[in-house]
Design a protein around this ligand. Structure first.
Ligand code: G3P
Ligand code: MG
Length: 248
């Protein structure tokens, strides 16, 4: 008989199926919905602030224009990051990493995805520094699609928790190798990479598997049955009734 265990419920950009992604209201809704962890995307502004935005440009999720890295924090703070989603969210601000952590603290863990156009270097140093100084380090998993960024995070912090992001084109063996090199705690694969055999292989190496981004209930069930440990979703309430499959 296989043991049942809890699936980590990860709110992708907050409860971004209901609210404008990566904003205060999306994070609060994720917490209310019973999420265990919130994933967010972090970039650096022209004047060196860390802001929570997914795209490198402002058009899709704010009423601004142009590139995030060309704007100051003050300019980004003047934007509306909610109206694009629905008029009732007018006035939602672009958050800083510091503000996001204060919203999440005491409620959920953080998956901090480092994005942006800057070369690896300053943003990683700042992210590690901010999370450490706000005493949220043990509750934070660092991720990036860039192996160079993750190597830098590891160089900066022996104790950093790392989740290796894998897009649909990543070979499973490459993800495993990078995770071993980095001393990662988990693979974060795109869902098409996940099968019971690949999950079992990761488990044998002591890695958790947290899959993104899954919104359909039937797919949640089949991934849980395949043994995944966590699911990124835009609708965290849809994961409430699902437990994970066989324990490794
Ligand atoms: O971490 C999972 C997911 O967030 C990676 O893709 O584009 O949504 O940041 P993206
Ligand atoms: Mg992301």
């Amino acid at each position: 008989m296989s043991a049942r265990r809890r699936l980590l419920r990860i709110a992708h950009r907050g409860a971004s199926g209901h609210c404008p992604e990566n904003t205060r209201v999306a994070f609060l809704r994720a917490i209310e919905s019973g999420a265990d962890m919130v994933e967010l995307d972090c970039q650096r502004t022209r004047d060196g602030a860390l802001v929570i935005l997914h795209d490198e440009t402002l058009e899709r999720t704010t009423n601004g224009r142009g590139r995030v890295r060309d704007r100051t924090l003050k300019e980004l703070k003047a934007l509306d990051a909610g109206s694009w989603f629905a008029s009732r969210f007018a006035g939602e601000e672009v958050l800083t990493l510091e503000q996001a952590i204060e919203i999440l603290r005491g409620h959920v863990e953080l998956n901090l995805e480092i994005k942006g156009e800057d070369a690896p270097g300053r943003i990683e140093i700042q992210c590690v520094g901010v999370v450490r100084s706000l005493r949220f380090f043990e509750r934070t998993v660092f991720s990036s699609f860039s192996a160079a960024r993750m190597r830098l995070v590891r160089d900066l912090a022996d104790d950093a928790r790392i989740g290796v992001l894998m897009d649909a084109d990543t070979r499973w063996s490459d993800g495993l190798a990078l995770a071993a090199q980095l001393g990662a705690e988990a693979l974060h694969p795109e869902r098409s990479l996940v099968r019971a055999e690949t999950v079992a292989e990761a488990h044998r190496r002591g890695l958790q598997v947290r899959v993104w981004t899954v919104n359909r209930a039937e797919e949640v069930e089949s991934l849980a049955a395949a043994g995944v440990d966590g699911i990124f979703t835009d609708f965290p309430e849809r994961l409430l009734r699902v437990s994970a499959g066989k324990h490794p």
